[in-house]
Design a binder for this molecule. Structure first.
Ligand code: NAP
Length: 243
């Protein structure tokens, strides 16, 4: 059976790099996006220009019915989904926990945890023997992101628990579930947090003295999805320059 992967949130950043890499490795790729249609289409165009197979499909993956529709659409367009990268993640303006209101906390959980749960559940229901899932966590789950976004850190803690639990549930049917936990990576997510230059500010203080590139995370995701990681499940792989 040919390999078909959904990469959620693949219109930019780590998701876009991952979609391109997996297409180059022979996967049919769904480039999922929520708002940036043109950027998602540009990722698809780059893939097809290299002879790969990809479609851009809009869906808010924090919405149950949209997730079901997404899996159905991908199956019709590319074939049954065999692999999943839960890449979607959002954060909001840096602030102390004391200043975070319930609305923001709920939005972060909905975007980061509910989306991961819904896509994992859909995959668990549909994947037969074989297949693999990679969820995107963050070193924030371990560090807590104090004075920046404790809500985001907590959501990534939930992603790691979900990864561990589902990995054990699905191990017997040959479906592997792992997480990649990036450190500081050059993407636009930091501008969403109110500090576009955050990676350049903190990068030199890390053990490797630099921030990471999206491709360096994509390589780890692709390895965990691949048969080379055939005995790896329930693992959290940090890609964080030693932080
Ligand atoms: P990014 O550049 O901000 O991209 C986020 C992507 O998610 C966009 O393509 C966006 O699509 C999409 N998205 C957001 N909400 C969505 C939803 N409800 N449904 C569908 N798509 C949605 O993010 P990134 O920096 O590449 O991060 C990717 C993952 O790695 C995230 O889980 C993040 O938490 C994690 N991570 C990143 C870093 C870092 O330093 N960059 C560090 C640790 C962990 P639209 O633009 O079309 O809405």
């Amino acid at each position: 059976m040919s390999k078909v992967v959904i990469v959620t949130g693949a219109s930019r950043g780590i998701g876009a790099s991952t979609a391109k890499l997996l297409a180059a490795q022979g996967y049919g790729v769904c480039v999922n996006y929520r708002e940036r249609k043109e950027q998602a289409q540009a990722v698809v165009d780059a893939i097809t220009a290299q002879g790969g197979r990809a479609v851009a499909l809009q869906a808010d993956v924090s919405d149950e019915s949209e997730v079901v529709r997404l899996f159905d659409d991908v199956s019709h367009r590319l074939g049954p989904v065999t692999h999943l990268v839960n890449n979607v993640g959002v954060l909001f303006t840096q602030s102390r926990l004391a200043d975070v209101d319930v609305e923001r906390f709920t939005r972060v959980m909905q975007a980061n945890v509910t989306s991961c749960f819904l896509c994992c559940r859909e995959a668990a229901r549909r994947f037969s023997f074989g297949g693999a899932i990679v969820n995107l966590s963050s070193v924030a789950a371990r560090l807590g992101a104090p004075f920046e976004y404790v809500d985001y850190a907590a959501s990534k803690g939930a992603v790691e628990s979900l990864t561990k639990g589902l990995a054990t549930e699905l191990a017997g049917q040959g479906v592997r579930v792992n997480a990649v936990s990036p450190g500081l990576i050059y993407t636009d997510i930091h501008a969403d947090g109110g500090e576009p230059g955050r990676v350049d500010r903190i990068g030199p203080m890390l053990p490797m003295k630099r921030g990471g590139q999206p491709d360096e995370v994509a390589n780890a995701i692709a390895w965990l999805l691949s048969d080379e990681a055939s005995y790896v499940t329930g693992s959290i792989l940090e890609v964080a320059g030693g932080r």
